[in-house]
Design a protein around this ligand. Structure first.
Ligand SMILES: [Zn+2]
Length: 341
């Protein structure tokens, strides 16, 4: 912290608001040149994601300077177990710009790290490093609490066709895996399509498999395999409409051996939604889709025991809980409400 930030850090305020699936915590402080607000989710479960939204509002002469010469704020977040920041961070991620006003030069940046389902409950620390408007680097820490969550355990008897898919060692399958990994590994910092809460891809209420459940697959060969369910399964009959969960760009729309007819949509840098086992594709790569747009028709293609839609969210490679994103996860609404107070 610099001197002027330190002076006002004493008047640091914390406000809490409860929302559907997430609690937003806000802190704010001022320097001579700008006001700053930080939003993040201080409490979360394994399988959720940790997001930090920072809003910089320049003042006086500094504001006028920025109106004529736009300067980007940058930074990163690092996630640590306990309070020891000298240990290796569990994960880290860079901020990207999500908004900038031409009238006020106010800038908003966002960063997030995913938590996998194996993260232990307890106290963690988020270290935030930032360079406001390209100025000298500053840091602060935020406390994080990971709450306990149990995941169910199931044994699934896989039919002959799925056993064949599992044992398929073809070059085609390997190429498809490599291609999907390449798509999910891409981080385009300009890919800011959606800041609002996601919606379910189908109104169906019948959930046949939840995110994060531990699975033992039993194949027709008698072989067993331990696995985890990466998504959320809706038990809908073949022929049901599947809709985009949020605004985004279609980055994959094709048939795959394991996941059948598959759609992948990019929503934010390294945040993707995936839709598996469809019978028909209704979108193509490059399409810009809005929330609720028809993207496919559900089916029972690929590695399945019956007709259903598998809906998955991937963030920085990690499969995270789709239900977490049906909330104000970027603090788009929370920031509007709290900044008016
Ligand atoms: Zn599934």
């Amino acid at each position: 912290m610099n001197k002027s930030t330190k002076k006002v850090a004493a008047i640091l305020t914390f406000l809490l608001i409860a929302m559907a699936a997430l609690t937003a915590e806000k802190s704010s402080w001022q320097t001579d040149d700008y006001n700053m607000s930080v939003f993040y989710n201080a409490k979360l479960h394994p399988g959720d994601a940790l997001f930090v939204r920072m809003i910089f509002t320049p003042k006086n002469d500094f504001k006028n300077q920025l109106l004529t010469a736009d300067k980007k704020s940058t930074g990163k977040i690092q996630f640590f177990k306990g309070k020891d920041l000298t240990a290796k961070s569990l994960s880290q991620s860079s901020f990207y710009r999500i908004k900038r006003s031409d009238e006020t030069a106010e800038e908003t940046i966002l960063a997030g790290v995913p938590l996998n389902t194996y993260v232990k409950p307890g106290q963690y620390t988020l270290n935030v490093t930032y360079s406001p408007f390209g100025r000298a680097k500053q840091t602060f820490t935020l406390p994080v609490e990971v709450l306990k969550k149990d995941f169910e355990l199931y044994t699934l008897n896989m039919p002959e066709a799925s056993t064949k898919i599992r044992n398929d060692n073809s070059k085609e399958k390997q190429q498809q895996i490599a291609k999907l990994n390449e798509v999910l590994g891409k981080c385009d910092t300009n890919a800011v399509y959606e800041l609002n809460a996601f919606q379910a891809p189908t109104p169906a209420k019948r959930i046949t498999s939840t995110y994060g459940e531990r699975r033992v697959y039993v194949y027709t060969t008698g072989k067993k395999q331990n696995s985890m369910h990466y998504g959320k399964d809706f038990g809908i009959p073949t022929g049901s409409e599947v809709r985009a969960c949020a605004h985004g760009k279609v980055v994959l729309s094709e048939w795959r051996i394991t996941t059948g007819y598959t759609v992948v949509i990019e929503h934010l840098p390294q945040l993707y939604s995936l839709y598996y086992h469809n019978s028909e594709l209704k979108c193509k790569v490059g399409d810009i889709v809005k929330p609720g747009d028809l993207i496919s028709i559900s089916g029972a293609t690929g590695f399945v025991t019956g007709p259903h839609l598998h809906w998955e969210i991937r963030m920085n490679w990690e499969a995270v809980d789709p239900d977490f994103f049906i909330s104000d996860f970027t603090f788009e609404e929370a920031s509007k409400n709290l900044l008016n107070q």
